[in-house]
Design a protein around this ligand. Structure first.
Ligand SMILES: [Zn+2]
Length: 168
């Protein structure tokens, strides 16, 4: 399905262009966890392990089990089919066209045209955050709460990931 067309159709089905996400979090979070766990198990089954350079980067940003990380190189990030989850993800900018990486547990999507040490180190720091939280189900509610409360740029998990970016 064409991405732009999909959003256009959604908008024309009477979906609000923008809505207050905070009260919807109790509904959105279980959907997000289910979606994220499914994507993570796909990446785990078919993704590529880190090469030596990647293993060094992952250890550098504090990942405890870099050997568990799998990379999936994609043209664009996968989108949820659930209409409410899709709308929410696009509204907060999480899966929009500007996003070039996404980490779900030890699974990392990288948009192949934007692959770099800087991007990989950022996403590996998110792996470290998942490891600290213990699971996708434990991490994602806090992460999404931060995004809704502070906005993407100021969310503490994102500030932390940016602080650990490196080109080396
Ligand atoms: Zn990030």
């Amino acid at each position: 399905m064409n991405f732009t067309l999909g959003v256009f159709i959604l908008a024309n089905k009477g979906f609000p262009m923008s809505f207050d996400l905070a009260p919807l979090l109790p509904v959105l979070i279980p959907k997000a966890i289910e979606w994220a766990e499914q994507r993570a198990s796909e990446i785990s089954a078919s993704g590529e392990p880190l090469d030596e350079r990647g293993l060094v980067l992952a250890r550098q940003v504090g990942v405890a089990s870099p050997e568990k990380i799998r990379l999936s190189f994609v043209t664009q990030l996968p989108l949820p089919t659930d209409p409410m989850l899709l709308q929410a993800a696009l509204q907060i900018g999480l899966l929009g066209p500007g996003m070039i990486g996404l980490t779900l547990g030890h699974g990392i999507y990288i948009c192949r045209d934007y692959n770099s040490n800087r991007l990989l180190s950022h996403e590996c720091r998110h792996v470290q955050q998942y490891e600290q939280a213990g699971s996708i189900a434990a991490y994602l509610p806090d992460y999404l709460q931060q995004i809704v409360q502070f906005g993407y740029t100021s969310a503490p998990y994102e500030v932390d990931a940016r602080a650990h970016e490196t080109d080396a």
